[in-house]
Ligand binder design. Structure first.
Ligand SMILES: [Zn+2]
Length: 418
């Protein structure tokens, strides 16, 4: 969501018509009941906690953010995309929207406490104070308990928007307090339409939409970033390289190096901006009033100056460094996971070919590779390899301590010996 030349905030939600209908209705109702500023009416008509669920790539955070824009929109029907309410949300500068995304592998109790304090303050411009929590499946236990208390007795104007892969990823006690909004993975046709609308040629859009398996963000990256396309190609060449043990180790190293490069590209600029911002804040003496207007990403940094006064500059910078390191690791894991999804899709295509199945391939542009791999193995071997890729994904997701390099080496050797 960058420019908004005549489009509404809902247009960014690909293939989610039912969700858009629900959210538009809710935002309209919320606008009507707060007409005249009656808090009683607002309380009667508004659900304070929402849980957005859907697989990676379904656009969870986009949906939650569109809803936030709808709630802060000044027009009816809400979510016009043009008014200051919508515009500030889309440009990440809304004073009344605070976004929390885990910087590391989990969201701690300290983040949640800051959020709850924020929720209790009055909206500064709009009707609602909106707290958007991405990856609500990553709460620590104490953080989840702290949040639960806030959901049980929400501040009058506070709206919590939680995002998680599925309802099962959130504590039942939290889930039961929320109204649930389930997104589905858009089909390749929907994704291709988005790419074409954004300027990708039709043929390429069809291939990339299929290859990204409904993941809009990934499809967009492949369409616009030649390096991302090169990384995908090199991942898909990997199974053909595994002849000797040395090949396996080299392939594993390449896989992890690519994930590292990907993560570095994604984080480098942001890390630098944050460090500079923190240094500036320290130099200025951390007068924290007004920092909130920097919103979303800024709000997180904006919450820091107060505690900085106590802990001192060196400690604060060290803490930021730790945060950035942890975020770096998470980005590496996300990138590695995308590579494994690509690889799993390839083995699926191979198996489909071996069994003469009649389904659309995941990687329509890899027919040659698929044919070679299909000729060189039995279906049982292919199935074992496919399963090994999926097991590695699971292991990396389940064990935060697992070293990516070791996981990749173990996978490469298993693929060779299967
Ligand atoms: Zn608007």
């Amino acid at each position: 969501m960058h420019d908004n030349d005549g489009v509404t905030v809902w247009d960014t939600l690909v293939g989610q018509d039912a969700v858009v209908a629900t959210l538009t209705a809710a935002a309209t109702a919320a606008a009507l009941v707060t007409e005249g500023g009656s808090l009683v009416a607002a309380r009667a008509g508004m659900t304070h906690s929402w849980l957005f669920t859907g697989p990676a790539g379904s656009g969870l955070a986009d949906a939650a953010r569109a809803f936030a824009a709808g709630l802060l929109c000044e027009n009816i029907p809400p979510g016009c995309g043009q008014c200051p309410g919508c515009h500030t949300v889309l440009s990440n500068t809304a004073a009344d929207l605070r976004t929390v995304r885990p910087e590391g592998l989990s969201i701690g109790v300290r983040d949640v406490r800051a959020l709850i304090r924020d929720a209790a303050s009055a909206p500064s411009a709009g009707r609602w104070r909106i707290l958007l929590i991405e990856d609500a499946d990553r709460f620590t236990d104490s953080a989840a308990n702290a949040l639960l208390k806030a959901l049980e007795e929400p501040a009058e104007r506070a709206v919590f928007l939680l995002c998680a892969p599925s309802v099962d990823d959130v504590l039942p006690t939290i889930r039961s307090r929320c109204r649930s909004v389930a997104l589905r993975l858009p089909n390749p046709k929907n994704v291709a339409d988005v790419l074409i609308r954004e300027g990708t040629a039709e043929d390429l859009a069809a291939v990339l939409a299929q290859a990204s398996q409904g993941h809009v963000g990934q499809a967009r990256r492949l369409a616009t970033d030649p390096q991302a396309r090169a990384r995908r190609e090199s991942v898909l060449r990997l199974p053909s390289r595994l002849r000797r043990v040395g090949d396996c180790l080299a392939a594993a190293a390449d896989l992890v190096d690519a994930a590292n490069a990907d993560a570095q590209a994604a984080n480098a600029e942001r890390d630098e901006v944050e460090t500079e911002a923190l240094k500036t804040a320290l130099g200025v003496g951390a007068t924290s009033s007004g920092t909130r207007s920097t919103s979303a990403r800024g709000a997180k940094a904006g919450a820091k100056p107060r505690s900085l006064q106590v802990r001192g500059a060196a400690g604060a910078l060290k803490e930021l460094e730790r945060t950035q390191k942890s975020r770096g690791r998470r980005t590496v894991l996300d990138s590695l996971d995308r590579a494994l999804v690509d690889l799993a899709g390839l083995y699926r295509d191979v198996l489909v070919q071996q069994l003469r199945g009649q389904v659309t391939p995941v990687h329509p542009d890899q027919a040659d590779t698929v044919a070679q791999l299909a000729a060189a193995a039995t279906p049982e071997q292919t199935l074992r390899r496919w399963e090994a890729v999926l097991a590695t994904r699971q292991a990396l997701a389940d064990n935060p301590g697992l070293v990516p390099q070791l996981a990749a080496e173990s996978l490469a050797l298993t693929l060779r010996d299967a």
